[in-house]
Every structure is written in structure tokens, then in C-alpha cells.
Design a binder for this molecule. Sequence first.
Ligand SMILES: Cc1cc2nc3c(=O)[nH]c(=O)nc-3n(C[C@H](O)[C@H](O)[C@H](O)COP(=O)(O)O)c2cc1C
Length: 280
Amino acid sequence: MSKSPTLLSPCQVGNITLKNRVVMAPLTRSRAGEERMPNDLMKQYYSQRKSAGLIISEATVISPQGCGWLNSPGIYSDAQMKAWQPITQALHETETPIFLQLWHCGRASHSSFQENNQLPVSASAVKPNGDYIHTPIGKQSYKTPRALETEEIPPIVEDYRLAAERAKDAGFDGVEIHAANGYLIDQFLQSKTNQRTDKYGGSIENRYRFLKEIIEAVLTVFSAGQIGVRLSPNGVFNDMGCPEYRELFIYVAQQLNSYNLAYLHLLDGLGFGFHELGVQ
Ligand SMILES: Cc1cc2nc3c(=O)[nH]c(=O)nc-3n(C[C@H](O)[C@H](O)[C@H](O)COP(=O)(O)O)c2cc1C
């Protein structure tokens, strides 16, 4: 009789064989400084966790526009790409694969993070209902974001592709597209934050289009078995939750299924709070 697998048995995730089934969740640590540069402290932190079967990195911003969290790392410059290399190399010595989580904060940002103090961008001009945000100039109230023009969306998709290319050059084994927790992609998915009337808004299919284009751009860099997507269908974090969340996220999961991606990573709401729209 064959033995049942245990937590410490190897397993296959997409293209990658994990030495065990312990996967480290992405955790923002804010240790990259104002320049958002990976460094020795981060190398030490990730190396200490080398016994995991797979590590998902902390959320890492794909562009200056995507920034919305103090001291989180970036992957939008060659210098950042090179600075990630010692970290991925250290993990590869112990056969610990690491995926880079790709992040654009969208409206969960503040003008003080943005070039020329511009407003943060989102699917629509809907202000997050929240007390304050930690910014480079201290605690600030949220501002109403600027809705992206239709023609501004393909360049952001291109930023994701470029970020994936840099992630590959930096030695990451794959990427996780952060479409959870009320950040930009989630802002496009959910009707609460997407009131657009162009091809990126309205129907569920249209609201999914932004994520679809990002996946297809990243697929030109990594194979499907090296790409994961994170969603948070039940989450209230960053003032999210839309009444048709069941139909929306079932549709998104069905669409993602067609790509044969490495995995779908769901955040259930236990950690960050439920929107409770399913409570009768
Ligand atoms: C300090 C901290 C930082 C986090 N950073 C991220 C992050 O960068 N990206 C992300 O997707 N989730 C992030 N999370 C969420 C965690 O990955 C995890 O989903 C959450 O702690 C709930 O745990 P659970 O999913 O096992 O219920 C963070 C959580 C904490 C507590």
C-alpha cells in the first residue's frame, strides 16, 4: 500500500517540485528603505526561511505609480532587479523556490507616494472609506483617486510584463499576481470600485479584462506553471466587497482555470476581515 503524503512530502506546483508542502505566505516587511531596494537584511530574512517548500515574496511594486506602502521593495529598475539576485541565489543553494508577488496599490496610496504629488489612480474615482494611510509625510486621510483613462491601461499592463521580465532576470522561479486585498487589480474586478463605462467596466467579463491582459502579458515571460494569482473574494480589507462577489469570483476562477497556472491563492478573510455580504 502506498503511504499517504504528509506535510513534509514533496509535491508538484506547476513546473516546480517542492521539497515539502509548507508555503510561506507573502508578508510585507517594509525593510527596503526609501529607494525600495532589496538588501542584506532582506536576504537574511528570506534565508532564515529556506526550509519552506516555496516562498512567496512580500508584495513588490511594479512601478513608481504602484507605490502605496512605506519602504516596500520594487522591481521597476535594473538596480532593484540586481539587488534581488543575492536573495534568490541564497535560496537556490538550498533548493528553495521563491515567487515574486507583483503589486500595484492603485487607490490604496496617497499623492505623497506619487511623482509630482499626483493623485493615486484607480478603476474609478471612488475614495476608500478608511481612517488614514501611513505615508512619507505621516498619517494622512485617504483622497479620492483619479480614474484611469482607457489609454492609460495598456501601459500599466506593460509595467507588469516588464516587472515579470526583471523578476526572471533577478532569478525568481515564478511570480504571483497580487489581485487580492483591494489593490489595483481587485479595484478593477469589484463593482464597488469599478464604475467604468468602457471595455474595462460594467459586466463581470469587462471588469476581469484588466487581470486577463496582465496574465497574458506575464505569460510572454514565464510559463503558466510559473505563475500564481491571489484573490480575496470574502475580504473587506481596503474597503472592499461587492454584492455579486460570488458570481464575480466564480467567473474569475473559471477563467484562470483555462490557463493551467501553477496555483490560485485565496485569502479567505479570516486574517484581514470579512465583508459579510453573504450573511443573510
Ligand atoms: C504583516 C503582514 C504583512 C502582509 N503582507 C502581505 C503581502 O505583502 N501580500 C499579500 O498578499 N498578503 C499579505 N499579508 C496577508 C498574509 O499573506 C496572510 O494571508 C494573512 O496574514 C492571513 O493569513 P491566512 O491567509 O493564513 O488566513 C500580510 C499579512 C500580515 C500580517
